[in-house]
Design a protein around this ligand. Structure first.
Ligand SMILES: *Cc1c(COP(=O)(O)O)cnc(C)c1O
Length: 385
């Protein structure tokens, strides 16, 4: 584990941040400031507080903590992962600019890039992140940034950030990474050469299925630009969401480590089942990116994909028979969830299109929670029979 800020490890930073309040009578759990207005000094605009500006007390706690955790100069908390992605990219790109983005993206992000950005005069080229020299070949004079996710939803492919960061550094581009799937416990993209890190904090960072929020981390001047976008486009979080996120972050390290362990256990079990055609988990030695995962990640993550050999109808039966795992979208929380991408993130594609990008009918995505691994395996086993 790489030691950050003054020698403190991630688990310590996640609980305390960089400077815990130590005065007598200070609350151990931060007070919730559920107020949007604050008394302001007469005859000056200095120190004006308003949550939409990103300077509410509960937002500031999370921001300092996330910057420390990711090893960034600064961070901003926003109202959702999509809000974070939109403001992060709007702060980087102007009309006439060109963005290279991975073709393996969260559906909402893909819509933002391919539909909304076109109307703003920002050109986007989607690149297969596994194509050798694919990024370099599609670079233009107007290219400003490369945007990608790693690991990728739902195939759990792991894109190696290191060669891409050499390219972006050489060419003066920004490398922007949506690190939602990994969480900072398993990957700190800035350590691998990224410039900007985005999270849907709705997922692992909060981890309890009860907050919608997002985070952007980067240099202080850049985060100031993102803050300006957040203010103007109205993407700021509510104080209570920040308070819950602060609380969720305290257990990030134990939650994700447990999820890593549970997922590896489930993947190992699944790999031996005849009813399953394929298991997608970077922790398995036969996963195509196992070597990249071993050297880039501190843990293989809590997400995996399984393919039910008997196809679509059998998959529906399997899902209906589950007792512990619940069928729901989203991921990264303490409850174990299953979902079929064909009825969620990839519902817009035809069966053929899905099959072509590695999501055949029968593909089930598992978001592994923190329950007992034996109970989780037993439930999957009884439902497969
Ligand atoms: C969920 C998700 C998002 C969007 O986050 P919201 O908080 O739902 O807005 C973006 N990227 C990835 C990888 C996600 O899983």
């Amino acid at each position: 584990m790489v030691k950050r800020d003054r020698g403190h490890a991630l688990s310590t930073l996640a609980v305390h941040g960089t400077a815990p309040v130590r005065e007598a009578d200070a609350p151990i759990s931060a007070a919730l400031h559920q107020s949007v207005n604050y008394v302001q000094e007469v005859a000056t605009a200095d120190g004006m507080r308003y949550p939409r500006y990103g300077n509410g007390p509960n937002a500031e706690i999370v921001q300092k903590r996330m910057a420390a955790i990711e090893g960034a100069e600064a961070a901003l908390v926003l109202s959702s992962g999509m809000g974070a992605t939109a403001c992060a990219l709007l702060a980087l790109l102007r009309p006439g600019d060109h963005l290279l983005a991975s073709s393996w993206l969260y559906g909402g992000t893909r819509t933002l890039l391919t539909q909304e950005f076109a109307t703003l005069g920002i050109e986007v080229t989607l690149v297969d992140p596994m194509e050798s020299r694919g990024w370099r070949k599609r670079m233009r004079k107007q290219t400003r940034a490369i945007f990608l996710e790693s690991p990728v939803n739902p195939s759990c492919r792991v894109v190696d950030l290191r060669p891409i960061s050499y390219l972006t550094h050489d060419s003066g581009l920004a490398l922007v990474v949506d690190s939602t799937f990994a969480s900072p416990v398993n990957l700190r993209p800035i350590e691998q050469g990224a410039d900007v890190v985005i999270h849907s904090a709705t997922k692992y960072l909060n981890g309890h299925h009860d907050v919608l929020s997002g985070v952007v981390c980067g240099t202080a001047p850049y985060i100031e630009e993102v803050r300006q976008k957040m203010m103007t486009w109205g993407q700021a979080p509510d104080p209570f969401a920040c308070w819950l996120l602060d609380r969720g972050l305290k257990t990030l390290d134990v939650r994700v480590r447990r999820q890593n362990e549970n997922a590896l256990r489930i993947a190992t079990w699944a790999a031996g089942r005849k009813e399953l055609r394929k298991v997608h988990y970077p922790g398995l030695p036969d996963h195509p990116d196992h070597d990249v995962a071993r050297t880039m990640l501190d843990g293989f993550g809590g997400m995996l994909g399984i393919e039910v050999a008997a196809g679509g109808r059998a998959t529906e039966k399997f899902l209906r028979k589950l007792k512990l795992w619940r069928h729901a979208p989203s991921l990264g929380g303490v409850d174990s969830l299953v979902i079929e991408p064909r009825y969620s993130s990839h519902a817009d594609l035809s069966a053929d299109e899905r099959a072509r990008i590695g999501i055949p009918d029968g593909f089930v995505r598992l978001s592994v929670g923190i329950e007992d691994a034996d109970d989780l395996v037993a439930d999957l086993e009884q439902a497969l029979k």
